[in-house]
Ligand binder design. Structure first.
Ligand code: MLT
Length: 257
């Protein structure tokens, strides 16, 4: 007599943080994506050795958290792409200096990315992903996904964003391709569309991300180098993973491989 057949894995994608279906996120393994730039920057922060990232949705909340954490805290983030007044850092992966951030607790507030993390609050497990750590995230997902995988794109100000959608498609495509029983994976229409979009543009990720609305906005702020950084596929092996501590949402880095 064989054991019980393992249940199928349902894979869904939300195109924006606002679109997150709370019933679908509850109990799932979820991944939040904000390629430009919050989740790219989070991967870079852990690569540089930060102890933890504390995502905050509002500027005042971020200031209060940083005050509570005291000297170990660094206040980072953006509104309109630039750091709010009094912040230690913006939201650029290129301004991260390992000697400045190593061992520190970074309180991060951004327009869309940190909101997406909070919208996924009901997930059983939550990681953040970007092109720079896509392979490590897929490896983590194979270890931690049970019956439902929910990939959440932050989007840009409530709208579909090509950078996040392409990254969602890459992660979904690799997850299916590398799954030992890929016939057990059921794709929602959005997941099938994300994979189709990624397959269409896989050879031109850099161009597509630079051409999208958020890529053009960053170029207008002379931050096009951040876009070039964000499209370096599989550059880091660290996965930022939510850990509920001290009644707060904290993200810690987990190295894969
Ligand atoms: C966001 O969360 O909206 C972004 O990370 C914005 C940015 O810094 O470009």
């Amino acid at each position: 007599m064989g054991g019980a057949r393992p249940s199928n894995v349902h894979l869904d994608v939300a195109w924006t943080a606002d679109q997150v279906d709370e019933r679908a996120v509850a109990g799932s393994t979820a991944v939040a994506i904000d390629v430009l730039r919050a989740t790219t920057t989070m991967a870079a922060l852990f690569e540089a050795g930060v102890a933890a990232v504390w995502p905050a949705t509002e500027i005042d909340e971020a200031r209060a958290l940083a005050e509570r954490l005291g000297d170990q805290a660094l206040l980072a983030g953006e509104r309109g792409g630039v750091p709010p007044s009094g912040f230690d850092m913006g939201n650029s992966p290129l301004e991260i200096r390992p000697e400045k951030v190593r061992g520190r607790h970074v309180v991060l507030t951004t327009t869309n990315g940190t909101r997406a993390i909070h919208r996924a609050a009901g997930a059983e497990r939550l990681a953040t992903a970007a092109f720079v750590n896509a392979a490590a995230v897929v490896e983590w997902l194979h270890k931690h996904t049970r019956e439902r995988l929910y990939i959440i794109c932050a989007g840009t100000q409530g709208k579909f964003s090509m950078d996040d959608a392409l990254c969602a498609g890459m992660i979904a495509a690799r997850f299916v391709e590398e799954h030992s029983e890929s016939e057990r994976i059921e794709l929602s229409d959005a997941a099938a569309a994300a994979i189709g979009l990624y397959e269409r543009y896989a050879g031109e990720i850099g161009e597509r991300v630079a051409a999208c609305r958020h890529g053009r906005n960053l170029a207008a702020l002379e931050m096009e180098k951040d876009v070039s950084y964000a499209v370096q596929i599989d550059r880091c092996g660290v996965v930022p993973v939510r850990s509920l501590e001290e009644h707060a949402t904290i993200v810690r880095g987990e190295r894969q491989g």
